[in-house]
Design a protein around this ligand. Structure first.
Ligand SMILES: [Zn+2]
Length: 132
């Protein structure tokens, strides 16, 4: 998978202001406002910026935190994780490997019967494609 790089002006043209703020400026959507708090069936969540497949609905769980949460990415290779020390916290930021879009953060408080991880992801950074 080759990297996608675009200028800020190109991203601004492609994205809504809210999508731009979250994915290109490390923003966070307000909790309980996103589109993907509840979604049923099977399908794949793609990066809103570049279309890369990132998460599977099968790995989504209800974390009651106000953002869609997954216990793992679709594939190890689809996302990157970075230490983020902004806002006086030490967190692990999750970005799209293909285009570096900010997606959210991963916390080690996920369901202990699976991976134990909680990928807490902004809805606006995702585009859901249900399976046929
Ligand atoms: Zn992307």
């Amino acid at each position: 998978m080759s990297k996608i790089t675009k200028t800020d002006a190109e991203w601004r043209e492609q994205l809504t202001p809210e999508q731009y703020r979250v994915t290109r400026e490390q923003g966070t959507e307000r909790p309980f406002t996103g589109d993907y708090q509840v979604s049923e069936g099977q399908g794949i969540y793609h990066c809103i910026c570049c279309g890369a497949p990132l998460f599977e609905n099968e790995h989504k769980f209800e974390a009651h935190c106000g953002w869609p949460s997954f216990d793992r990415p679709l594939a190890e290779a689809s996302v990157e994780e970075h230490t983020d020390t902004s806002h006086g916290m030490r967190r692990i930021e999750v970005t799209c490997k293909r285009c570096d879009a900010h997606l959210g953060h991963v916390f080690p408080d996920g369901p202990s019967d699976t991976t134990g991880q909680r990928y807490c992801i902004n809805s606006v950074s995702l585009d859901y494609h249900p399976n046929e």
